[in-house]
Design a binder for this molecule. Structure first.
Ligand SMILES: NC(=O)c1ccc[n+]([C@@H]2O[C@H](COP(=O)([O-])OP(=O)(O)OC[C@H]3O[C@@H](n4cnc5c(N)ncnc54)[C@H](O)[C@@H]3O)[C@@H](O)[C@H]2O)c1
Length: 276
């Protein structure tokens, strides 16, 4: 059911690759709630993905931009305002990529050029997006900006390697830029720390299916899905959360507060009994 929570609001949604993407589900929900937006992704991803199908369903356009390129972002933010007919009320940064993870490199064998690329794509790009939006004076008062994070920013998850540092940096940028944009224009900046989710980026992480199941069993509410995340983002883009800013918001079914669960204990008892 839609509530028209985003009627009259305009924005940019980064990162819809295919129908599993968190950004894809978010675009659908934002559209249902009356929000209007342009979609964007890296030129290479646009060739691989199906973003044009989503654009047609949401009656909008796709503007290609590599989120690491300030020049691409300037073109995107300028064009988005022309297409949408005004300044922006929301931005979703739903971007992550680690060449080290793609190449299966473990934490003791990271390639540092790849590491820099991970940080640039997955964290610094968030700063660049806000920097360009500020410089071009593209944000309306009270706009809301959200990026997606993961609990590996605070806890160690071996196969998440350099993405852990990228997420820590992303969350830090949300605080620093949130303070600046809050003072300048009453703009909110938050990160959502989302449960493991079956997407292209998620499934690229080694052992993903195991830690997906582990998180699901640890969380009293179970893992939050991409649709759940989209709903949460809609609330953050809406006027119902005007005083929420500079936060890393845990959207994980309770995972981050759980010590151990009955399901995990039962599984470990089974393993122990089998090994007797
Ligand atoms: N899937 C999970 O388990 C999970 C959990 C927590 C947080 N997240 C985060 O959610 C966000 C979205 O990921 P997803 O799971 O929907 O996967 P996804 O693979 O569908 O989305 C990742 C997107 O990043 C885009 N991207 C990569 N490099 C880019 C660049 N240079 N410029 C612009 N875009 C670029 C990709 O094209 C893709 O659309 C990421 O920040 C990810 O780290 C995912």
């Amino acid at each position: 059911m839609a509530y028209n929570l985003l009627q009259g609001k305009r924005g940019i949604i980064f990162g819809a690759l295919d129908e599993n993407s968190i950004a894809w589900k978010t675009a659908q929900k934002v559209f249902e709630e009356g929000g209007r937006f342009v979609l964007t992704n890296a030129p290479i991803a646009m060739r691989m993905g199906k973003i044009n199908e989503l654009a047609a369903a949401c009656q909008t356009e796709v503007i290609a931009a590599d989120a690491t390129s300030v020049e691409d972002l300037e073109n995107l933010v300028t064009r988005a305002q022309e297409v949408l007919g005004g300044k922006l009320d929301f931005i979703l940064h739903s971007i992550g990529m680690s060449p080290n993870i793609r190449k299966g490199k473990n934490y003791g064998d990271l390639n540092y050029d790849f590491f820099n690329k991970t940080l640039d794509v997955s964290a610094l790009s968030f700063h660049k997006v806000m920097h360009v939006a500020e410089k071009l004076d593209a944000l309306n008062d009270g706009a809301s900006i959200v990026a997606l994070s993961y609990i590996a920013a605070q806890r160690s998850f071996p196969d998440y390697t350099d993405m852990s540092q990228a997420k820590a940096m992303l969350e830090s940028i949300a605080r620093s830029y949130g303070q600046r944009l809050g003072k300048l224009k009453g703009v909110r900046v938050n990160t959502i720390s989302q449960s493991p989710t079956m997407t292209t980026a998620g499934q690229g992480v080694g052992g993903f299916d195991v830690f997906f199941d582990f998180a699901d069993k640890m969380s009293p509410l179970g893992n939050a899905t991409a649709e759940d995340c989209a709903d949460y983002t809609v609330t953050l883009f809406s006027d119902l959360t005007k005083k929420v800013t500079m936060q890393n918001l845990l959207h994980d079914g309770g995972f981050s507060s759980a010590g151990i669960s009955e399901e995990i204990v039962a599984d470990l008892v089974k393993v122990r009994d089998l090994s007797k």
